[in-house]
Structures are given as C-alpha cells and as structure tokens.
Design a binder for this molecule. Sequence first.
Ligand code: NAD
Length: 322
Amino acid sequence: MYTTRALNSLSRRYICAQCRHFSSSKPTLAQAAEVKKLGVIGAGQMGLGIALTASRMAKVPVTVVDNSQQSLDKGMSFADKLLAKDVQKEKISQSDSDSTRQRLQTTTKMDDLGDMDMVIEAVPEIIELKKSIFSSLAQICPPHAILATNTSSISITLIAAATTKDPKDLSASSRVVSTHFMNPVPVQKGVEIISGLQTSAETLATAIAFCEKMGKITSTSADSPGFLANRILMPYINEAIICLETGVGDAKSIDDIMKNGTNVPMGPLTLADFIGLDTCLSIMEVLHAGLGDSKYRPAVRLRQMVDAGWLGKKSRKGFYEY
Ligand code: NAD
C-alpha cells in the first residue's frame, strides 16, 4: 500500500513527541492508518493546491470547505485551468484529469466533514481563527480522524490544545499534527511534518505516509517558532525588505543579485509577493514573539505594505504589479 520511500522515512526520521529529541523509537508503518477520505479547509492558494494534489496523486475523494463561495468558485476554476494545462503538456491523460476533478467536492459547511479520515486546515495565518477551527473539528470529525494544519509558524501544541478544555484529555489533541506544504503545492516536493507535545506516534506515522502517497518528500521538525523552513527563509526575506527600505538597493537589484548570484529560481522580494505579504508578516511576528530576539523584528516596510493592502500577487500589487 505505502511506498518504500514512506517506509524508509517512517523508520529514519522521528522526533519523540514527549522529549522533543530525535528518537530511535520510531513510529512503524503498521501505526499509519489509511486515509480514504480527506477534508481540506480553505480554498486559497495552499488549500486548493493540497486538495488538487491529494485527489490527483493519492486518488482519494477530497471535500474542500471555505466560508466564501467566491473562493471556492475561484479555486475550482483554477484547478480546471491547472488540469487542462497538464493535459495539454501530456503530463496527465484526459481521463485521469476528469477523475481527479470528479473526486473534488466543495462546500461552505464544516459540518460536512463528519466522515473524514483526515482534515488539513489551510485558512489564513491567524492564531484565534485556527484555534476556533480546531475546536470545531474536534466536535465534528470522527474520533479516529487526523487533524492537520498547514500553519507556517503557529505552535502545533497551541493549536492542539484548542481541541479540548481538559488538558489531560488527549483524545483529540493527540490527533493534531502539522503537514506544512510548500507553495506551489503541486510543484514543490518538500513537506515539513511537525508534532506538538500531544501528537501521538500513530498520528505522525499517518501524516508522513499520506504526504508521501501524495508524492511528497517529508522532513520532520520540532514544534519551535517557524519550524525549520520559515525559521531560515523568513529572516532572509525580511532582510531583503530592510535592504529596500534603507536604500541599500532597489527591488530589481536585490532580486537580481540573489537570483543570479545564488542560483535560486526567484529573488526574495518576488518570492515574498508569491507567498503573500500578510503571511510573511504573520510569520515574522511569530518568530519575534516566540524567540524574543530583535533580529526577528518585522521590517517597517513589510508592515506598511500589509496596512496598504498590498499583499503581493494575490492582491495584484506587492513589490511588483501583477
Ligand atoms: P489564502 O489567503 O490564499 O487562503 C485562505 C482561504 O481560507 C481563503 O480562501 C479564505 O476564504 C479561507 N477562509 C478564511 N476563513 C475561513 C474559515 N473560517 N473557514 C473556511 N475557510 C476560511 O491563504 P494561503 O496562502 O493559502 O495560506 C493558508 C495557510 O497556509 C496559512 O496558514 C499560511 O501561513 C500557510 N502557508 C502558506 C504558504 C504560502 O506560500 N502562501 C506556504 C506554506 C504555508
């Protein structure tokens, strides 16, 4: 059922949920439950990418929930466009494209997630919003369902704690884990899997196995602000914005030197526009508050641009115009 890659990753990389250190007592393949039905909350750029990739690669039915019908319609027409492009490029057959699309359903009601084996949340990076969604999921989903978040930086332990009023009751919180996909999801191979203090070995094993069934390569990290990817990436983007605001270089020079000088596919300001400047600001705020070091202070220009509603590609204006 699961690939050799999944088996290898389950046996090689495991962070003990209790002591937070890499451990030799690994989750085993037998501990991974099968995910036959997936729910995704949020039909934005990440949620849509996760839903589409799960339907296409893992071939499971996916129910996408968004509180905005407009976001659902926009997301599904984007899915149609991506599938049509892949058919045209002969990356997928017309019949695979049709069945991928047929496995995707949309709804504005979270209550429709009552029979899911796993739910992946991808709503905006707002702590109170994520907490309220996980509190509802604990009530709505069956007792075996894995409750995953795509958060870029918020503590998994904190999100898991929102599933219960009794901290001793781990029945729901032990099923919370982070599957941190990268943007754009259909293209980027890496997924960072993060356990909270409460996360069980079974939950971790299931999250790893399912992400690998989606064709991804998993890395595990501890529940520390920004985890691995954003702890490293966001200070780099923030420093590029500080260079811009203090006149060390203009946007084109900053992006050109990093793109052509370090062989990355795009410069840091273009990348920030693609990620969304609101998301970048939220992550810097989590790093600053969580690690308490002034080196993580968000750039003044970043905050101003978010205040102006210049959020990057999704609002058609950021460091560049789209
Ligand atoms: P987005 O703004 O593109 O999409 C969020 C979606 O959630 C929207 O469609 C919105 O209508 C919907 N939503 C808002 N409140 C809701 C609610 N109460 N119930 C249901 N749906 C609701 O955001 P995104 O860029 O897709 O980011 C989603 C998450 O993924 C965030 O936690 C972000 O930090 C994380 N993330 C983003 C990136 C990136 O590059 N953008 C990369 C990795 C992780």
